[in-house]
Design a protein around this ligand. Structure first.
Ligand SMILES: Cc1cc2nc3c(=O)[nH]c(=O)nc-3n(C[C@H](O)[C@H](O)[C@H](O)COP(=O)(O)OP(=O)(O)OC[C@H]3O[C@@H](n4cnc5c(N)ncnc54)[C@H](O)[C@@H]3O)c2cc1C
Length: 458
């Protein structure tokens, strides 16, 4: 019997045959994440039913030095859940369900395999909001959201996943169960260990349960599209809004070429305002309409806003959003190389100019698009590989962009994580010393290196 066969026999004995799949019994959706990067059928797929089974499986694999890849909903965009042929994939999909909604604490306690959308719905039914929201809500799991410290649509108002997690239960590589479940906002009892696992992409432990923080449901919102003369005005207008009308629910900046392209892809391609302005912002606010109109007037008097459209109905609001949602068409209409980066808010405009200039110098006639959630310091940049010489110089483009990010003190990953795809560029944002400490942390949590080996640090 090989080592692997021996380990699988022990896993079957401990978890039951139905929880240990091999070969054709493994669905191809466990071969790669949303990126479709380097798909591989893992040596086995285990589907534990509870924390105890996760702990047992890890104890067996750790003793055998068998590598494990934790898998959530497989919607990741960094290759973090992609297995190699020699790995055992550990899916949390059977460890799902809502355990408790505590109305007094305004918390929900969930198992890690619960879909984000199911948490949102259960909490909404109880009269609360779970503010984490992203396009993959129907497929991604809370455990995956926590392991990637997901961002999404409401970060400007409610923060990243990290800001919404109060407690965690984590199984360590050696099978010990770390109970860090907590409902208190204030709790300064030593090191806040849960923070080590949030955003660790399955390399330090397997998240099995979580206590999440809830918010009151927001009132109705107003949607506005505003044209801006330059980048400093975009920041000035955001700060003015925050001072007078409160932090908006969304503040989505689009550079002129993104705006023009988004309009041209509409079913009825008529721009809601002239398309010659350098920048456009789509924003949503729950402030009263009087307050919003007054703030807008003040911004126009100050020259921060040069044109504006306020959606008068839900359908008008939806039409404005369709311009921003042109990104959903990227995979069909472009050959997109997408970047998810962050920079200090004041320098995002400078970065976009620098990056565009360098790309144009290197590949005249290339097509790059800039847009982002600038209130979260998050910029998205897409380069259309069809506009570059073939075969596409993907690594060279990535290197150019991430080098510029590093020069301006930004982060090569804003919200999607490092996984496999950004490992080689991490050094642009993280110092040598910090990388060493990360490696030390990894060794202390997972001395045998069985958890998601090769991800983040290589
Ligand atoms: C259409 C679409 C829109 C998206 N929008 C956003 C967005 O706006 N913001 C954003 O941040 N992301 C976004 N994403 C990326 C993705 O949805 C998130 O990264 C999500 O948090 C991943 O969750 P998952 O359950 O699919 O995790 P997976 O892809 O399965 O895994 C992601 C990582 O987490 C690890 N992991 C998973 N579960 C656990 C666990 N229980 N314990 C330990 N480690 C675990 C895996 O090993 C892997 O490293 C989007 C993706 C798609 C497809």
């Amino acid at each position: 019997m090989s080592d692997l066969e021996h380990t699988l026999a022990r896993l079957r004995e401990a978890l039951g045959d139905a929880q240990v799949l091999t070969g054709e019994a493994i669905s191809p959706r466990h071969f790669s994440d949303w990126t479709r990067h380097a798909p591989a059928c893992p040596a086995a797929l285990i589907l534990p039913l509870d924390t105890h089974q996760v702990a047992t499986a890890l104890r067996i694999c750790n003793a055998a030095g068998q590598s494990i890849v934790p898998q959530g909903g497989m919607t990741g965009l960094a290759g973090g859940a992609v297995p190699r042929a020699q790995d055992i994939a550990l899916s949390l999909e059977r460890l799902c369900g809502i355990e408790e909604i505590d109305l007094a604490s305004a918390t929900v306690t969930v198992k890690a395999g619960t879909l984000l959308q199911d948490v949102q719905q259960a909490v909404a039914d109880a009269g609360y909001l779970f503010p984490l929201d992203l396009g993959a809500r129907g497929s991604c799991q809370i455990g995956g959201n926590i392991a990637t410290n997901a961002g999404g649509n409401a970060v400007i108002r409610y923060g990243m996943t990290r800001d919404l997690v109060l407690g965690l239960e984590v199984v360590l590589a050696d099978g010990r169960v770390l109970n860090l479940m907590n409902k208190m906002i204030k709790n300064n009892c030593g090191y806040d260990l849960k923070q080590c696992f949030i955003g660790s992409e399955g390399t330090l432990g397997v998240i099995t349960r979580a206590v999440l923080r809830l918010a009151p449901q927001p009132g109705p919102t107003t949607t506005l599209l505003c044209a801006l003369p330059d980048y400093p005005s975009a920041v000035g207008f955001l700060r003015r809004l925050q001072r007078s009308a409160g932090t908006p629910q969304a503040y989505e900046l689009m550079w002129q070429d993104f705006f023009r392209m988004g309009v041209s892809w509409l079913d009825n391609p008529v721009a809601p305002m002239p398309d010659h302005h350098p920048l456009y912002v789509l924003l949503e606010s729950s402030a009263s309409s009087e307050m919003l109109e007054q703030t807008l007037q003040n911004a126009m008097d100050a020259g921060e806003v040069v044109d504006a459209v306020i959606a008068g109905s839900q359908s008008q609001a939806r039409n404005l959003w369709k311009i921003r949602e042109a990104t959903a068409e990227f995979p069909v209409r472009l050959a997109p190389l997408n970047f998810d980066i962050s920079l200090p808010i004041g320098q995002i405009g400078e970065f976009a100019d620098l990056c565009r200039r360098r790309l144009d110098q290197r590949w005249p006639g290339n097509h790059s698009l800039y847009f982002g959630h600038i209130g979260d310091s998050n910029l998205h940049l897409t380069v259309d590989l069809n506009s570059l010489p073939q075969p596409s110089p993907v690594f060279e483009v990535e290197d150019l962009v991430y080098r510029a990010v590093g020069e301006l003190g930004g982060a090569v990953s804003a919200e999607h994580g490092i996984g496999l795809l950004k490992r080689e560029f991490l050094h642009h944002s993280v110092s040598h010393e910090a990388l060493e400490v990360m490696a030390q942390l990894k060794r202390s949590f997972d001395p045998n290196g069985i958890l998601n080996s090769g991800k983040i640090l290589g």
